[in-house]
Ligand binder design. Structure first.
Ligand SMILES: Nc1ncnc2c1ncn2[C@@H]1O[C@H](COP(=O)(O)OP(=O)(O)OP(=O)(O)O)[C@@H](O)[C@H]1O
Ligand SMILES: [Mg+2]
Length: 256
């Protein structure tokens, strides 16, 4: 197992405000890496830069040794990056099944012509897409909701739909931005075992931003602590949890 993702000296400012001040990060293949830090530390901005939603001002990003610093977002998705969003982004007016299927469309081989002609191959691909999406819904325990509009589901279930859609793209690295936010304790516990299982079944690498320290302590092999746009420290969840600098940085804040 080597380093699958490397972030090197990444800077990003928004109208003069520094959100990332030279962030370095390495993610080992097959690892669940946690990113924690107080509000405004730059965690989501880091995800946005890594996945290509926004462009860094300077610094480089490598996926599996390949420099992807200037690669557009859709190419990064094809290279095996998938993510979920802090503010939950699903297609609310589409059915649960369609939401998850939309993730799988990334790898369809049929071109425009086949779509127009509705060729046999296209129909076969569509059927495969449906059965893969249904398998994911079963895994997430929401297969009975497949035909419902996504907005009719509870918030926790909508989060599951979003994660299932990301997984349907068959990623190598999955980025989860506060997946447990808005979930009740039972849903959070369920999510915990689900993510671990998916990681094993699909040999995924996972990078997880999370404020729920129980989840981080239980799931992550390594934790990176961000503070004011920089990496404050990193280590095992245990090491980080008792690090005085981390405790000081969070004093009076909402984490740890
Ligand atoms: N698109 C943007 N335009 C302007 N400023 C931004 C933008 N995105 C992020 N910022 C700023 O960058 C800083 C880092 O924000 P970011 O959302 O990355 O923090 P975070 O660690 O994810 O915080 P939270 O825990 O609240 O989600 C903040 O000061 C934020 O206001
Ligand atoms: Mg954030």
């Amino acid at each position: 197992m080597g380093v699958i993702l490397k972030v090197e000296s990444v800077h990003k400012s928004f109208m003069g405000v520094s959100a990332l001040k030279g962030v370095d990060l390495e993610v080992e293949e097959g690892q669940i890496l946690g990113i924690i830090g107080p509000n405004g530390a730059g965690k989501t901005t880091l995800f946005n830069v890594i996945t290509g939603l926004i462009r860094q001002d300077s610094g480089r990003i490598y996926l599996n040794g390949e420099d992807i610093s200037g690669t557009p977002i859709y190419s990064r998705a094809r290279l095996g990056m998938a993510r979920t969003f802090q503010n939950l982004e699903i297609f609310k007016d589409m059915s649960v099944l369609e939401n998850v299927m939309s993730g799988g469309h990334l790898h369809l081989d049929s071109g425009l012509l086949e779509c127009i002609l509705d060729s046999k191959r296209k129909r076969q691909e569509e059927e495969d897409l449906i059965s893969r999406a249904m398998a994911l819904l079963r895994l997430f325990g929401i297969e009975d909701k497949a035909d419902q509009d996504a907005f009719t589901l509870s918030y926790g279930e909508q989060r599951k739909v979003e994660i299932a859609r990301a997984i349907a793209t068959r990623p190598r690295v999955l980025f989860l931005d506060e997946p447990a936010s808005g979930m009740n304790p039972r849903e959070t516990e369920e999510l915990d075992s689900l993510i671990k299982r998916i990681k094993e079944d699909m040999q995924l690498t996972i990078v997880l931003i999370e404020h729920d320290m129980n989840l981080v302590m239980d799931m992550c092999e390594e934790v990176v602590v961000m503070f004011e746009g920089s990496v404050l420290t990193s280590g095992s969840p245990r090491e980080v949890h008792r690090d005085q600098r981390v405790i000081d940085a969070y004093l009076g804040r909402d984490v740890v």
